[in-house]
Design a protein around this ligand. Structure first.
Ligand code: ZN
Length: 670
């Protein structure tokens, strides 16, 4: 490979500017310390101005001009923005919403992922691009489409006849008989059962559809986008050199299964937009992104300052650009790009933050960008020769759970994203027990403790079987609340409340109450645990003699029922959480379990994300890296004698090091 990480740059749209601006832009990129630009993702009309008339001369010129100044290229396939000649000739390729209305030309990501005509145009443009650019040795990777998602529009994906036809085929293959489908979905409720396949409807937003049907529809939509991505990946892999990685932009939401999406891809690419109140949640996503392919990932988009369409969306304080950029770097990214280089002068997003403004003048964050560029050069060894040490605690994130809750939140006010990030991840992060984030199919063997909260269905990818085996080998599994309580299509289990948890724990669920009242529980030794009051549910357990009651409820209908139980299974144990503890209680509870397993938190304030980096060759701890994420002062304690790679200051093991608001430090062991 001609260029090596770390890569630092931005998205660049030279096709909307006069050609003479290119040299000016590239000179400025170089001055800012950037070494990569991402182009092409929306430029279909530039590369195929008329049907079948391919012209890559402009983009080849841009790639070459960038390369002359030592700037690499990430090339995007432009399939989220079909040109007007295509949509005019084939309006049938456009997405149909759940009201039956077909989209028109004028936006982006509005073509059907299943439409065969669109697939054919996709095949042609991607094939021609791959052939045109395959010999450009400054192209360090490819990006498929742009931010594929299935719940845009009005939350039902594409409701066109092609999607519907494929959905029926998918159901026939999966269920074989209608009777099987009717029974599995539970369609005898309200006489909804079908007697012919064609009676299965296309989802409409004005109909109170059966949630199992909607769940299956959205899982099918997610699968359709994965197939569309695979379709492009296969073409690119056929033509491109083997060492040029292919990926697709993903976003911090769970409408698609990112583990599945990356099955055929070579590099995880991630786009996110965060500001002061929620920057911390990128600690979660960056961890997950690393785990998807177990290797460095790319940030293909983030903001330098603010987001925005036709209006700026927020104001960011000094140095947020630094914290925002460095957070994924310490957690495992080796390419970091902004959206966008030069602010547009027209269009739907002309007020978005950028590196230089529409007139080519550096934005107010220019010095922060230059500081990051020079810092990244000093971090080459950390980025290229070490990897982020995984926590021994993991927690499950689930696209399937997200889809199930979309149609059945189960308790009033419950929001899966907020529950997972705010109630499960954040309390542990703030108590410096930051956990590794994994999805259902990922390897469990690296972890001592696994938390599976709010995952109603655990049979997908045989998680139920695999996790039980892992427990038997010594793992501590913290399950619940709202875990293992639903089938694949979001129905209750008919015979009992759990798929397997009652069978393997000796705990019986007596009843469940919804949130809306403050409950507490107490342990034998008198420790009191508070539960989250709202958007929560409360399971009342009865334990048999094989099971230890860790906490009992103290109030109301729940009084004296078990709230949290522990059962030894093989060499390990299952801890059943009947309800979600309030953040402080949850952190204290997990901290105690972690200590039993020999896992200790970092000595650092809760506003600092800390990451140890291990040497790839020796596997020794080599760097202690950290970022302050709340715009407050914080601290970390040196775990070894070390030198700050950026400013050269040295610290002794055990020394407390102050972290300024939105600052980062990378400390190398000496
Ligand atoms: Zn469709």
């Amino acid at each position: 490979m001609k260029y090596t990480p770390p890569f630092y740059g931005s998205a660049y749209y030279p096709e909307s500017w006069p050609k003479e601006k290119i040299k000016e832009d590239i000179a400025l990129m170089k001055e800012m310390g950037m070494n990569v630009a991402r182009i092409g993702e929306f430029a279909w009309s530039n590369m195929e101005p008329k049907e079948g008339k391919y012209d890559f001369s402009f983009m080849l010129h841009v790639v070459s001009e960038l390369d002359k100044e030592g700037i690499a290229t990430i090339m995007g396939t432009p399939t989220c923005t079909p040109p007007a000649w295509l949509t005019q000739k084939h309006p049938e390729v456009m997405i149909v919403n759940s009201h039956g209305v077909r989209e028109t030309h004028g936006a982006r990501r509005h073509a059907c992922p299943n439409n065969p005509v669109y697939r054919e145009y996709t095949r042609k443009i991607v094939t021609n691009m791959a052939q045109a650019f395959k010999d450009c040795d400054s192209i360090i990777g490819w990006q498929i489409d742009n931010e594929l998602y299935n719940n845009g529009n009005d939350g039902r994906g594409c409701c066109c006849n092609v999607c519907y036809g494929k959905f029926l085929e998918y159901l026939k293959e999966k269920y074989e008989t209608l009777e099987n489908l009717n029974r599995t979905w539970g369609m005898y409720v309200w006489s909804l059962n079908y007697t012919e396949w064609e009676q299965i409807p296309i989802p409409r937003n004005n109909v109170w559809h059966h949630p199992s049907y909607l769940t299956e529809w959205m899982l099918f939509q997610a699968r359709s986008y994965k197939e569309y991505c695979d379709f492009q990946a296969d073409i690119l892999h056929e033509y491109l050199p083997e060492d040029v990685p292919v990926g697709t932009d993903m976003m911090p939401f769970l409408g698609l299964d990112y583990e599945d999406m990356n099955e055929k891809l070579d590099v995880v690419q991630f786009n996110y937009y965060r500001f002061t109140p929620n920057l911390w949640d990128i600690a979660l996503w960056a961890d997950y992104m690393y785990n998807v392919l177990d290797k460095p990932f790319w940030i293909t988009e983030t903001a330098t300052c603010w987001g925005g369409g036709v209006a700026c969306t927020w104001h960011n304080d000094e140095n947020l650009c630094i914290a925002n950029t460095m957070l994924p770097v310490i957690l495992g990214s080796n390419a970091n790009l902004y959206w966008l280089w030069r602010n547009h002068f027209a269009g739907q997003e002309l007020m978005h933050g950028s590196v230089v403004n529409s007139h080519g003048r550096p934005m107010h964050i220019a010095n922060e960008v230059k500081h990051i560029a020079s810092s990244l050069r000093k971090l080459e060894d950390m980025i290229n020769n070490t990897y982020p040490k995984r926590s021994e605690i993991a927690m499950h994130i689930s696209h399937h759970a997200w889809t199930l809750y979309m149609f059945q939140p189960m308790v009033n006010g419950f929001d899966y994203y907020n529950a997972f990030t705010g109630d499960v991840f954040k309390p542990l992060m703030e108590s410096q027990l930051r956990s590794s984030v994994i999805s259902e199919g990922m390897d469990l063997s690296k972890y001592k403790v696994v938390i599976t909260s709010f995952v109603p269905h655990i049979e997908r990818k045989e998680l139920n079987k695999r996790i039980l085996e892992w427990v038997k080998e010594g793992g501590t599994w913290i399950a619940g609340p709202m875990t293992d309580i639903r089938t694949y299509v979001a129905n209750k289990y008919m015979a009992k409340p759990f798929g397997m948890l009652e069978d393997v724990t000796g705990t019986r669920l007596a009843f469940t109450l919804p949130g809306g009242r403050k409950y507490t529980a107490v342990s034998d030794s008198g420790e009191v645990l508070e539960f989250k009051e709202n958007a929560n549910s409360f399971d009342a357990y009865e334990a048999d003699e094989s099971t230890k009651v860790l906490y009992k409820y103290r109030e109301g209908y729940l009084k004296d029922y078990a709230a949290i139980t522990e059962t030894k299974v093989g060499k390990g144990r299952i801890i059943l959480l009947g309800s979600m503890p309030a953040p402080e209680s949850f952190a204290g509870f997990i901290k105690a379990i972690a200590q039993e397993e020999g896992i200790n938190p970092f000595d650092a304030s809760g506003n600092v994300v800390v990451q140890i980096r291990k040497n790839t060759e020796t596997d020794e701890d080599e760097y202690l890296a950290c970022v302050e994420v709340t715009n407050m002062e914080g601290y970390i304690t040196a775990i070894f004698d070390c030198v700050d790679v950026i400013d050269g200051s040295t610290y002794k093991k055990g020394e407390r090091i102050i972290m300024a608001p939105f600052s980062f430090r990378v400390l190398r062991k000496i």
